[in-house]
Design a protein around this ligand. Structure first.
Ligand SMILES: [Zn+2]
Ligand SMILES: [Zn+2]
Length: 268
């Protein structure tokens, strides 16, 4: 057990396909994380891969049962593990993906939009403003669909498109229905560590909008390797305090749990 109280927020977004569970848990322990939410992509599981064959692979495939048993069966350590899954929101395949998730002892499910109508976000191009705006409107529609119909607890990286397509000046109007829906149905909006590092100012705006909509926020480093285990966590803490959040939303057995922000270093 760590002798010090945690100084970083818990992370509910961790992938193990590339580096394995042990390496990620060891890194979490070294970073002083109290809780690590493991959330492999559904398309990294054999069963999910059949439904989403087009997603780029990040490591060897795992069987669903093996993944669940690995996370659930790991010997207790100083880091509490939570079992999750990152599920793509694909309107034409939603029923089969939901069925796949049924019956497993999840602590949390993350819903993600990684593609727009068959095109991965990282391949999108907006040669002019009008096309950029069209893409953002479509993205926001899908995010709202994911919140309302995704059957999940956390909406992943809602500003991910900003890496590839410049956000429009009316981004707030674009995203407000998504955040209002999240507040309404009780889905936590993810403050994504990778996106915090990429564009902290934009994430600060997102937090302000979440706060004014009454949406709960969770933190996820979106770690794909041990070096990313707490990526953006310290920066996220600063942004959360500035936005007026006193607690994050964690998940245990698909139920939200208020997790007070760790004290500021040196506060005693
Ligand atoms: Zn994702
Ligand atoms: Zn992810």
């Amino acid at each position: 057990m760590s002798p010090h109280p945690p100084s970083l927020p818990n992370s509910y977004h961790t992938h193990i396909a590339a580096s394995g569970l042990d390496a990620m848990v060891e890194a979490a322990s070294a970073a002083g994380l109290a809780v690590l939410g493991v959330s492999e992509h559904i398309f990294q599981l054999h069963e999910g891969r059949r439904r989403i064959p087009e997603a780029p692979l990040e490591g060897p495939l795992l069987p669903m049962a093996g993944y669940v048993a690995q996370v659930r069966g790991r010997a207790p350590s100083g880091v509490t593990l939570r079992l999750g899954l990152e599920v793509d929101f694909l309107p034409d395949r939603q029923a089969e993906l939901a069925e796949l998730c049924d019956g497993e002892p999840w602590d949390f499910l993350i819903v993600s939009v990684h593609a727009l109508d068959g095109c991965l976000l990282q391949r999108l191009q907006a040669p002019n403003l009008a096309e950029g705006w069209r893409l953002w409107r479509r993205y926001a529609d899908l995010l709202e669909g994911a919140v309302r119909g995704g059957g999940c607890d956390i909406l992943a990286h809602p500003l991910r498109l900003s890496r590839f397509v410049s956000p429009p000046p009316y981004l707030e109007q674009c995203l407000r229905p998504v955040l209002e829906a999240a507040a309404q149905v009780g889905v936590a909006v993810e403050l994504n560590g990778a996106d915090v590092v990429f564009a902290p100012g934009l994430q600060a705006e997102l937090l302000a909008w979440c706060r004014s909509c009454g949406a709960a926020v969770s933190f996820g480093a979106d770690a794909h390797g041990p070096g990313q285990i707490a990526r953006g966590a310290a920066e996220a803490l600063v942004l959360l305090r500035r936005a007026g959040y006193a607690a994050l939303t964690g998940l245990h057995g698909r139920r939200p749990v208020a997790e007070p922000l760790p004290p500021i270093e040196g506060d005693g």
